[in-house]
Design a protein around this ligand. Structure first.
Ligand code: SF4
Length: 385
């Protein structure tokens, strides 16, 4: 399926000014970056991939990271020109770039817009200076507000991210922060719960007791408050952490969650590409310099390309699709797996999860309820066992 959303292209810029203590993304701090060399390598990998993927309609391009707003707008422009040379873009192609709301990066918005970016996603994370310091962010609340206002002026579409369930956070303080965020929001907001991931600085400091996260009950209440506040503002939860007015959903992420085809360019980028009836999982080398050298010597930085088995496709489709409010339609399931949902799943487990109020299964297809999406990993473990 490249289905409704077309083909997606993800381009990874792996560098950040500093490493945030909660971050487990493939992001790195380097004193000096040879941007011309990186630009050439990203273009080379794009050309290499295009050789086998003629004739696709590109529905979305997404510059993620790392911090792609640190790229020179000329690099973004060169990459977009090259995508357009391989797969002619149209007015409808969503072109998103992730940005941090520091004043330096916001200054580039005009040039990024001129390069073709039509949507930005800003890492605001909090509207509270103490929380921003705790999260290791390089911007203040005032800078975040200014960057959001500038984004609204320059780009037809924008979104920003917030992180909740921070130490000491209460429901009233979070509601007040959310209302402040809604006052400056556009048609899309991403709201993530703070989690402590292995390998991060927070993993160490949390383990040694430097801070305590809100307990499960408070986390649940913060989640409920989030849903209530955003729903009241007509930003509906179309995915576990993503809220939008109908029609303003992030089309790129919808490609992932609807299990469409996408290509990943850059270190550590993943892809899912259907060729000759097979769906391939593609994974690039993760370390930036290793990827760079591989591209320079052989044209791409691929570490793995594996055809997925039927049961892997079923599992991935459900793992992605059940994140969405719309779930997995019967038609999408059949297109992707060649079979029906009933035949693919254990009926006893499916019924038990429906009876417990975590899943809904009807003529439209299979979807998780709000309660099911809140504990999706546990639901999937039971469903796919
Ligand atoms: S700016 Fe984003 S990608 Fe970079 S370290 Fe912070 S959270 Fe991670």
């Amino acid at each position: 399926m490249s289905a409704d959303g077309g083909f997606g292209i993800y381009i990874h810029w792996p560098f950040c000014k500093s490493k945030c203590p909660y971050c487990d993304f493939n992001s790195h701090v380097r004193e000096r970056i040879d941007e011309a060399r990186w630009r050439k390598a990203l273009l080379t990998e794009l050309d290499h991939a295009a050789e086998r993927l003629h004739g696709r309609r590109v529905g979305s391009i997404f510059f993620g990271g790392g911090t792609p707003s640190l790229m020179e707008p000329a690099t973004v422009a060169a990459l977009l020109e090259r995508v357009n040379a391989h797969w002619p873009l149209d007015q409808d192609t969503e072109i998103t770039l992730e940005a941090n709301p520091t004043s330096v990066e916001a200054e580039r918005f005009r040039d990024l817009r001129a390069a073709g970016v039509n949507r930005v996603s800003l890492g605001v994370q909090a509207l509270d200076d103490a929380a921003l310091r705790f999260l290791g962010r390089g911007h203040s609340t005032a800078e975040a507000r200014a960057a959001v206002a500038l984004a609204a002026r320059h780009f037809p579409r924008f979104s920003f991210d917030l992180i909740y369930a921070r130490p000491g956070q209460t429901v009233p303080s979070w509601r007040a922060e959310l209302r402040a965020a809604l006052a400056m929001a556009g048609e899309h907001l991403s709201v993530y719960q703070l989690t402590i991931e292995p390998g991060t600085a927070f993993f160490t400091t949390h383990a040694r007791g430097d801070f305590v996260l809100p307990d499960d009950e408070v986390q649940g209440a913060l989640y409920e408050a989030t849903q209530e506040e955003l729903e009241a503002a007509s930003l509906l939860a179309y995915e576990i952490s993503n809220h939008a007015r109908p029609g303003a959903e992030c089309r790129h992420n919808l490609i992932y969650w609807r299990y469409g085809d996408y290509l990943g360019i850059g270190p550590g980028a993943h892809g899912r590409v259907t060729l000759g009836g097979e769906k391939y999982a593609l994974r690039n080398l993760r370390a930036p310099e290793t990827w760079l050298q591989a591209v320079e010597s052989k044209g791409d930085g691929r570490e793995e390309a594996a055809a997925l088995t039927a049961s892997e496709r079923r599992d991935e489709l459900l793992m992605m699709g059940l994140r969405l409010g719309e779930g997995v339609t019967r038609e999408r399931f059949r297109t992707e797996t060649g079979g029906t949902i009933e035949a693919a799943l254990d009926p006893t487990r499916l019924r038990a999860l429906c009876d417990a109020g975590f899943l809904l299964f009807d003529d439209a297809g299979l979807r998780a309820t709000a309660a099911g999406r809140q504990r999706l990993n546990a639901v999937l473990t039971q469903l796919l066992a």
